[in-house]
Design a protein around this ligand. Structure first.
Ligand code: SF4
Ligand code: MG
Length: 338
């Protein structure tokens, strides 16, 4: 049994006129110790998906359909109390800006000890020694001294290490990290990625990491979900997707990455913008931006603007594109010719 199973999840935000369907028919599973990435441009519904897993949606968001199971327990049906226990103890969250997680008026030591004592019957002395141990695990220098400091006295990178230490305090089974490195300098980003990867491997912690940056996710995860306008458009092993993306949207994301674009191809942004989640185009939501919605002869391809694509297996991925098999069969020749 997978540690976490998500089936046909639908998340909606009712509006005065109509509603926003932020997550549409999303299914995936996470095994113990597995590192999974969710990638897509901002506004794709990634954060809403992550929040909905633990029923942390802000109002009036609600799960309209689908299941989320943790170790076989249906999270959508648990009482608030049962859910709080899982949230604190078993699943930890890390957010983009460490300063939103850390309390500015408490020292690092106070916050770490408080969060331990909120969930465990533990003496302050013992809590302090656990806090020190976690600070050492995240490779913070002079941990004793850090306990007495306030967040504003520390750099952004150091704060994010401390947020990770707090996430580890209760020995979670899963860490959900929403853009964990976006607020940091590039060199610090690389250190945080290496640290998260090391900690998850060493302690067999599952990781769900959300980012708009395929470069970050590519280095950190084993499996990848690519989201577009609330849906998963491609899902498969990270390495396979990066080397051989199947969905036209994923190909566009990879081509836009300086370090990953094919050498002979110019760096290319995907034209246009992600649609607003309240106005998702009919059919394949990506069709207004897709270079393959027309045939080489300039004819619209059947179904692209009419039917939502079902996921099919292509390469090592599951891909929601009506034409992926035909495109993959013809694409390499087409690219070679240019
Ligand atoms: Fe492009 Fe059509 Fe595939 Fe959508 S279904 S990605 S529009 S080819
Ligand atoms: Mg987000």
């Amino acid at each position: 049994m997978a540690l976490l199973e998500v089936e046909h999840l639908d998340v909606r935000f009712p509006l005065r006129h109509g509603e926003i369907r932020a997550v549409r028919d999303v299914s995936f599973a996470l095994d113990r110790g597995e590192r999974l990435g969710i990638v897509g441009e901002s506004g794709a519904g990634k954060s809403v998906l992550a929040f909905s897993l633990l029923r942390l949606l802000s109002r009036p968001g609600r799960i309209a359909r689908g299941r989320v199971r943790f170790e076989g327990h249906e999270l959508t049906r648990l009482s608030d109390r049962q859910l709080r226990r899982i949230r604190g103890n078993r699943v930890a969250m890390i957010f983009q800006d460490p300063l939103t997680t850390l309390n500015p008026v408490l020292t690092i030591g106070q916050q770490m000890i408080e969060s331990l004592k909120a969930h465990r019957r533990i003496s302050s002395r013992r809590a302090r020694s656990v806090a020190l141990q976690k600070l050492r695990q995240v490779q913070v220098s002079s941990p004793e001294q850090r306990l007495a400091q306030y967040p504003h006295q520390l750099s952004g990178g150091l704060c994010q290490r401390i947020v990770i230490a707090i996430a580890l305090l209760l020995d979670p089974d899963i860490i959900i990290a929403d853009e964990p490195t976006t607020a940091l300098d590039v060199t610090i980003q690389a250190e945080i990625i290496a640290l998260l990867k090391h900690l998850c491997e060493k302690h067999n912690v599952g990781l769900i990491v959300i980012s708009h940056d395929l470069g970050v996710i590519g280095r950190l995860t084993q499996r990848l979900l690519v989201m577009y306008a609330g849906r998963i458009v491609e899902q498969g092993p990270t390495r396979a997707i990066i080397n051989d993306a199947q969905h036209p949207y994923t190909q566009g994301l990879i081509n836009a990455l300086p370090q990953m674009a094919l050498p002979r191809q110019p760096l290319a942004q995907i034209p246009g913008n992600m649609p607003s989640l309240s106005q998702v185009p009919a059919g394949c939501a990506f069709h207004p931006r897709c270079r393959y919605r027309l045939t080489p002869q300039g004819q619209p391809r059947r179904d692209c603007s009419e039917r939502v694509p079902e996921a099919v297996v292509s390469g090592e991925s599951q891909v929601a594109c009506h034409w992926v098999r035909e495109l993959i069969a013809t694409l390499p020749i087409e690219e070679e010719a240019t």
